[in-house]
Design a protein around this ligand. Structure first.
Ligand SMILES: Nc1ncnc2c1ncn2[C@@H]1O[C@H](COP(=O)(O)OP(=O)(O)OP(=O)(O)O)[C@@H](O)[C@H]1O
Ligand SMILES: [Mg+2]
Length: 352
């Protein structure tokens, strides 16, 4: 039996999902396009994945591969007027009901209600989600009162605790500050407190700690994991930092030019990556500690306009075969829980 590494990963009890599925979100054949002056940008081009309740799903891939657009699509906040969800489903399960987020107009009452009650998103730029005209305390309290039937006094007490927990001090004073009175790092932490205050069912974290120093980052990540345990929140975690992926996530999806090229458990992705792109990514990103020498993936990410109908990674792929430049590979199941969109795993193929 293959030895499971025990040192690299946080002890989140990640096998908890093996005992039956409990799906929160299903993204099915999602396509999100932009009409840019360069042409049609297929930023998300037929993406499929699921997020289980209580799970952290990591999303990795080079810049421009569609990570943020995938998360904005789930929020139904694709930038207008150029962007739109072209097709596909974003099925969100709650209280025995399944709603298709993709089917609602972005500003409809129902969509606003779903967003406010169940979803939260944190970004690299805190000012994109904090309101400049309310104190951070009132923004946190709003979230607390939305989900918990508590008095204003209790909500304020909880807000003070949240502010302490994200490392802003002295919390009793800072609670009445407006965002402009706080530094960039403090606002980052305040935004995270606001997002977590409403105990969302799904937290989308898009490079949430990139701007923070490592000590604060560690505090914030611990807080996210604590709250996840407390409230069984699911997290979609986008980051370039593979150490954070190892620490935080249960499963990982790897994206390239708007498509998912590999999905697997965090162990499989790190120790048995299937797709040549995943293999290249692991070798090219610093901080992972397992590769002594970094070797960048040769070539660069193509512009996403007028891409061919075959594998988009083929021009950069060290394992390229003839079929790779003539036919687009389907997604192959390899093992029980790992999938790769790569002709190498076509068992019928043989040498091509
Ligand atoms: N607001 C926008 N207007 C027009 N096109 C956009 C917009 N946002 C994204 N795109 C297009 O979608 C593609 C994917 O962008 P996205 O922001 O999802 O990449 P990403 O994977 O999040 O990259 P990064 O790691 O740099 O954050 C971009 O290359 C661009 O062509
Ligand atoms: Mg992004």
């Amino acid at each position: 039996m293959q030895q499971t590494p025990t040192t690299k990963f946080g002890d989140k009890g990640r096998d908890k999902f093996m005992n039956g599925k409990n799906t929160l979100l299903e993204v099915k054949n999602l396509r999100t396009y932009f009409d840019n002056k360069e042409g049609l940008a297929k930023a998300v081009d037929g993406v499929d994945f699921e997020v289980e309740k209580g799970e952290t799903l990591g999303v990795v891939g080079e810049s421009g591969c569609g990570k943020s657009v995938t998360s904005l699509s789930i929020m139904n906040l694709v930038p207008q007027p150029r962007g739109r969800i072209e097709s596909g489903e974003i099925l969100f399960h709650s209280n025995g009901e399944v709603v298709d987020i993709a089917s609602y107009p972005p500003h409809s009452k129902k969509m606003r209600e779903i967003r406010k009650t169940y979803l939260a998103m944190i970004f690299q730029d805190p000012m994109s989600s904090l309101s400049p005209v309310y104190t951070i305390g009132s923004q946190i309290m709003e979230g607390i009162q939305l989900r918990h039937n508590v008095s204003k006094k209790d909500a304020r007490q909880r807000a003070v605790e949240m502010i302490q927990r994200v490392g802003i001090s002295p919390a009793e004073q800072r609670i009445d500050d407006y965002p402009y009175q706080l530094s960039g790092g403090m606002n980052q932490r305040a935004m995270i407190a606001v997002a977590l205050a409403s105990n969302p069912s799904l937290l989308i974290a898009d490079e949430p700690t990139t701007a923070l120093d490592v000590t604060v980052e560690a505090q914030i990540l611990d807080l996210m994991m604590e709250l996840q345990e407390e409230y069984r929140m699911s997290i979609l975690f986008i980051t370039h930092d593979l150490d954070v992926i190892g620490e935080m996530t249960d499963r990982v999806i790897v994206m390239y030019t708007g498509k998912v090229v590999e999905i697997g458990s965090v162990q499989d992705i790190f120790y048995n990556p299937l797709h040549p792109y995943t293999q290249g990514l692991l070798k090219s990103i610093p901080k992972i500690g397992r590769h002594k020498e970094l070797s960048p993936i040769r070539g660069s990410v193509p512009q996403i306009y007028n891409l061919p109908d075959h594998c988009h990674f083929a021009p950069r792929c060290p394992e390229r075969m003839d079929i790779c430049t003539s036919e687009d590979p389907p997604v192959f199941n390899v093992g029980e829980n790992q999938q790769a969109k790569c002709w190498l795993y076509d068992e019928k193929g043989g040498d091509r």
